[in-house]
Design a protein around this ligand. Structure first.
Ligand code: SF4
Length: 753
């Protein structure tokens, strides 16, 4: 067993007392979400005053999982701290950098060649810092976590949006930014605004063509893409217990599409069976003996309106299959209404490709049910009318599916089997023909269907459905086909109907310990070299940022005064830049290139006061930095809103931005900037924004006395030799002031180790 059973045993042993204490402190029965969160809170005695969606609290997660794209910068930062190993168990999974084109074997070979330096770096850094490493081809992060690490009642964070998949095994597992993962690896706590809790009562039983996927397709339509924001979705009811563990994981995975922090199911027999089948019988036994602590209190589920912030109900017996899309996962269409809805949308009716699998839907149950559809089609002399691609979630799943004959059925029908990796789910799909660039329709069992997501083509109309529905529609080759009611002509011109899918939730003999691609950290880690070539374009060792020096806050030119909305996308664009996410110098070339300069209304064109020319933001920043000058960035409201992106805070520090002065900050970006040692200031009078001129020079006065709640005076030296003073506030606490003085939070950790 890869999971450390002693840690789990001691975790469960202390659980009943902790939960009793929490119940007494709060004076009411507890939801499962409260049980998990509050048993992981740093200050348990202070929980009674905490208000949902209003107050922040610090938590201590049990585990961290990172995928290869986000792990690069997280681990480079961790190295700066000088720590000898990660403070909590952690794992890295190589899944995002593999392009699907010809099929698993060839595509994997290509990826190993193209990404060799990244994989070698991740492998060596994991060995050095006692982190589990999963080689390319071993599987997609969330499937591998579900099969090996997740345990009921645990709290995990992962540097990927679909980390909540582990909620299918009773774990709270939010997706976070790399900066949060670094904090937890270094022994710091993880901060979260106490979420609201959305209850979803499931009743009845799935039947026929309907699957667990349809639960979340329907709920995404009910909540929309932001209805779950700031909330945990907690499922309960007899319908919840009737679902397989992997079906629950699919629901929790795609809960991210509602904006929810994460989703969770209470421990039940299906989880116990899954744990035993994947070789974790001891965890199953332990969890069973603590089962009351691993689900919500009965009083909560008997009177849910009282304990949940919102309540939804779905009757599985009455649920029909859904197809969501195009271009957004919350456009939920019951299959009986597809014909009228699709005809209105104007998308091509012929399906170019059907794809099943990914981290969302590649369980044994999914693969077996989809293969039963294809097998029945072949038996009835039907064939696939669309290209059909299978993406197993892990090598374990691929192996047991191969042994059961499912993969052979797909192959016989002409399907391609891609590597156990993200591939087309994250745009890593080389369709190899110009067809992919025309308007075309695809249907898949992934979770997201935004424009360009699968193949980079804005004219690919992508729909999301269950694997069995994707299989059926790929046989028909047409989006209007409804397998519940419609007939098809076979190769002999007979009229046939596809029978309902059948499948098994788990292989009869279990997963048989078929773990592959796992690299355990060695016991002796003293002589491990971290491999980074000095010529690398994709990886670069980080140098610790310099400590606070008062001189750097005098005589500061304005780099840019940004106008209007300035999100983390404006500050550090994604897209092609993501290939440099392990190379701070290269990715810094996108700094503020999406922001509008208020002095000329242009993007990426700012005055270089040294040369008198208008140049790109990164070029001017480098020019100031290389002349020994720190610069100032000015902005308006909610500066840095959007997804937490650590590069958006590292880039200004790297480019010599000393201070950022705005009307208000988005909280996470402000904290990220503080962690990197950039001085974050806010206007005391917002109208002072208008007094800042393009060629001003700033002096910041009073920094030596920086203290919580203090105010700073800023001198604006105008080019006409007049001087103005403005006042700035800040939100630093004592600890954050120590980060600032040390040059960064990581510097402080390094000094105190
Ligand atoms: S398969 Fe898709 S959703 Fe899952 S981790 Fe990979 S990119 Fe993310």
């Amino acid at each position: 067993m890869i999971l450390n059973i002693d840690i789990i045993r001691s975790f469960y042993k202390s659980l009943p007392d902790k939960i009793d204490g929490i119940r007494k402190l709060l004076g009411h029965p507890l939801t499962l979400t409260e049980k998990i969160l509050l048993t992981h809170i740093v200050n348990r005695s202070g929980i009674s005053g905490l208000r949902r969606k209003e107050e922040y609290a610090d938590f201590l997660p049990d585990r961290i999982a990172m995928q290869d794209a986000t792990a690069q910068m997280a681990l480079l930062q961790f190295m700066v701290t000088g720590k000898e190993q990660s403070s909590v168990p952690a794992s890295v999974h190589c899944d995002h950098l593999i392009t699907g084109k010809f099929g698993a074997e060839e595509d994997l070979k290509t990826a190993l060649g193209m990404n060799r330096e990244v994989y070698e770096f991740l492998s060596s850094v994991c060995s050095k810092y006692n982190i589990d490493f999963w080689n390319p081809g071993a599987g997609i992060i969330h499937q591998v976590v579900l099969e090996n690490y997740a345990f009921p009642g645990g709290l995990m964070i992962g540097t990927d949006s679909h980390t909540p998949t582990a909620g299918g095994l009773g774990m709270l597992a939010p997706g976070v930014g790399g900066a949060d993962a670094v904090d937890v690896m270094t022994g710091m706590s993880w901060e979260l605004k106490l979420p609201e809790i959305i209850g979803v009562r499931l009743t009845g039983r799935l039947n026929g063509w309907t699957s667990a996927k349809d639960v979340i397709l329907k709920l995404t339509g009910m909540l929309t893409v932001n209805g779950g924001t700031g909330s945990v979705i907690e499922y309960f009811g007899d319908g919840a217990e009737s679902l397989s563990c992997t079906g629950k994981a699919t629901i929790c995975n795609m809960g991210a599409e509602t904006g929810a922090t994460c989703s969770v199911f209470g421990f039940d027999a299906s989880m116990s069976e899954y744990l035993a089948s994947t070789g974790r019988g001891e965890v199953a036994e332990l969890a069973s003996s603590y089962k009351d602590n691993l689900t919500g209190d009965p009083e909560v589920y008997a009177d849910p309106e009282r304990y949940f912030n919102q309540l939804y109900e779905i009757d599985l017996s009455a649920l029909e299959p859904y197809i969501n899309g195009p271009f957004t996962p919350d456009r939920a269409i019951p299959i009986s209404r597809m014909k009228e809805e699709v005809l209105k949308s104007g998308c091509p009716l012929k399906i170019g490709a059907g794809l099943i699998g990914s981290c969302t839907n590649s369980s044994y149950e999914d693969i077996s049910r989809a293969s039963s559809v294809i097998e029945n089609a072949l038996f009835q002399k039907l064939s696939l009318k669309s290209e059909f691609i299978v993406i197993p979630g892990s090598e374990r799943i691929r192996t047991i599916s191969e042994e059961a004959g499912f993969i052979e059925i797909f192959r016989k029908a002409g399907a391609k089997i891609f590597a156990n990796a993200c591939g087309p789910c994250i745009g890593q799909w080389d369709r190899g023909s110009t067809d992919g660039m025309k308007a075309n329709t695809i249907i898949h069992s992934f979770n997201r269907n935004f424009a360009r997501r699968a193949d980079g083509n804005p004219d690919t109309y992508a729909f999301v459905a269950s694997p069995e529905i994707v299989a059926a529609l790929s046989v028909a080759g047409n989006l209007l086909f409804n397998p519940l009611t419609d007939l098809l002509f076979n190769s002999e011109r007979d009229i046939v109907m596809l029978p309902e899918p059948t499948g098994r939730t788990l292989p009869q003999e279990g997963f048989k310990g078929t773990v592959s691609g796992y690299q355990q950290p060695p016991a002796d880690r003293t002589n491990i070299d971290i491999k980074i070539s000095p010529d690398s374009e994709r990886l670069q060792l980080l140098e610790p940022f310099k400590e606070f020096d008062l001189q750097n806050f005098q005589n500061m030119p304005v780099l840019i005064k940004a106008m209007g909305k300035c999100t983390t996308d404006h500050i550090s664009m994604a897209g092609t830049w993501l290939k440099y996410r392990g190379h701070l110098e290269n990715i810094s070339e996108n700094y503020m290139t999406g922001a509008v300069n208020s002095f000329n209304g242009k993007i990426n064109s700012v005055l270089n006061v040294l040369s008198g020319n208008y140049e790109s933001v990164p070029k001017v920043a480098r020019s100031y930095r290389n002349s020994g000058l720190s610069s100032v960035v000015v902005g308006e409201d909610n500066f840095g809103e959007g997804s937490s992106r650590e590069h958006a805070a590292m880039e200004p520090r790297f480019l010599g931005v000393g201070a950022i002065l705005v009307k208000s900050f988005a909280r996470i970006h402000e904290t990220n900037l503080k962690k990197q040692g950039v001085l974050t200031l806010t206007f005391v009078n917002n109208s002072d924004y208008n007094r800042i001129r393009e060629d001003d020079w700033f002096d910041i006065i009073g920094l030596e006395q920086l203290a919580p709640g203090s105010k700073l005076k800023l001198t604006l030296n105008h080019s006409d030799e007049t001087v103005e003073y403005i006042e700035a506030g800040h939100s630093y606490n004592e600890n954050q002031i120590s980060w600032f003085k040390a040059g960064s939070a990581l510097n402080l950790i390094r000094k105190s180790k």
